[in-house]
Design a protein around this ligand. Structure first.
Ligand SMILES: Cc1cc2nc3c(=O)[nH]c(=O)nc-3n(C[C@H](O)[C@H](O)[C@H](O)COP(=O)(O)O)c2cc1C
Length: 340
């Protein structure tokens, strides 16, 4: 990566009334970016902001952070942690945002990108991009409820129309959003077609608030192209941070990878999952994550199949021991077949 891009990533950025220390951020990912994973990310560092998993605005006011699987955090991480919410009722979204602010989060992020049926059926997530006025009302309500930064994460929309995406960015800004995280794919596309990076440039040219480009960044070259071709103010990475939680550190300061780093990461993550969750939940989460992690290895599918069969964390530890003792060969780029 060029020294200019690295400098760019390490430059602070103002979002609303607060600043983040770097322009590489880690996306919200349901089932993955929970408190244990974020502690693993934090160990390596390199990112300016990360997010909780998406939280239902309806449930959030009643969540108990001691027991909730999604609305749980460590106090030390709040300075660079935003809580993402989804919902369609402006009043309910505002109430959730107030709880997020009083809990001490950096900011609140509104999900207009999720296109899974369970969320869209409730008229939330990307479904709101079908009714732009309703989406704008949600942003206005959240904005007037809190003074912490309000960000909006959204997709192109339901048809492949850069003009619509840019217009929505303009309207979100008008409604009081402090930054946009834009994933330039249409909502029905579950990451099968390449993201339209040129659309990020269109959004950036239309608004005055910071725009984070998102989509299919797996290494430094992808990131450099994103920054150069879109003029974005920052970059949001998702799946590659699951596969390689040290990736923000590698991208921002050039950390070197070897098998020992992979092994350390898997073992540390197991320990963190055990620290934060009940054994059954910890194992389930480790198994899900192992699929992303295994994409880094030539025979990773065998590793993840063995982890899937492990009946408890002890058995999973044995799988890890055997796998790394055999000096597994790594892929230059993650195996995309395991990555969707
Ligand atoms: C397993 C998984 C869960 C996700 N959950 C969320 C979510 O809760 N909220 C959200 O806004 N986006 C979610 N996304 C989308 C990501 O935040 C991101 O926009 C997408 O993966 C594209 O970035 P990438 O190509 O760097 O992975 C999820 C993606 C994945 C793969």
């Amino acid at each position: 990566m060029s020294p200019e891009t690295r400098r760019f990533l390490n430059t602070s950025l103002k979002i609303g009334n607060r600043s983040i220390s770097g322009r590489l951020i880690v996306c919200p990912m349901a089932g993955y970016t929970h408190v244990a994973f974020r502690q693993l990310l934090e160990y390596f560092g390199g990112y300016g902001l990360c997010f909780t998993e998406m939280c239902s605005a309806t449930s959030l006011p009643n969540e108990n952070p001691m027991h909730s699987l999604v609305f749980r955090w460590r106090r030390e991480e709040l300075d660079r942690l935003s809580c993402q919410i989804f919902g369609s009722d402006p009043g309910i979204m505002a109430e959730a945002a107030r709880r997020i602010e009083s809990s001490g989060f950096f900011g609140v992020d509104i999900n207009f990108g999720c296109s899974v049926a369970t969320v869209c059926k409730r008229g939330a997530g990307a479904a709101l991009l079908k009714t732009p006025g309703a989406a704008v009302s949600v942003v206005e309500a959240v904005r007037s409820a809190v003074s912490i930064p309000v960000t909006v994460k959204y997709r192109t929309g339901w048809s492949d129309d850069a003009g619509f995406a840019a217009e929505m960015g303009r309207r979100f800004e008008g409604a009081g959003a402090d930054a946009l995280i834009f994933h330039p794919r249409v909502a029905p596309d579950r990451r099968t077609r390449p993201p339209r990076r040129d659309y990020i440039g269109r959004v950036k040219d239309t608004v005055g608030i910071p725009v984070f480009g998102n989509g299919d960044i797996f290494d430094e070259n992808d990131l450099e192209r994103m920054v150069e071709t879109t003029g974005c103010d920052g970059v949001a990475i998702g799946r590659i941070a699951l596969a390689n939680p040290w990736m923000p550190a590698r991208m921002t300061s050039g950390l070197m990878e070897d098998n020992a780093l992979y092994r350390f990461t898997a073992e540390r993550y197991m320990a963190l999952l055990e620290q934060h969750f009940e054994p059954v939940t910890a194992l389930r989460r480790f198994r899900k994550w192992a699929l992303f992690f295994s994409a880094g290895f030539r025979f990773g599918h065998r590793f993840s199949a063995d982890i899937r069969r492990a009946g408890d964390m002890g058995a999973a530890r044995d799988v890890i021991g055997r796998f790394f003792d055999a000096y597994p060969e790594r892929n230059a780029r993650p195996n995309m077949n395991l990555f969707r």
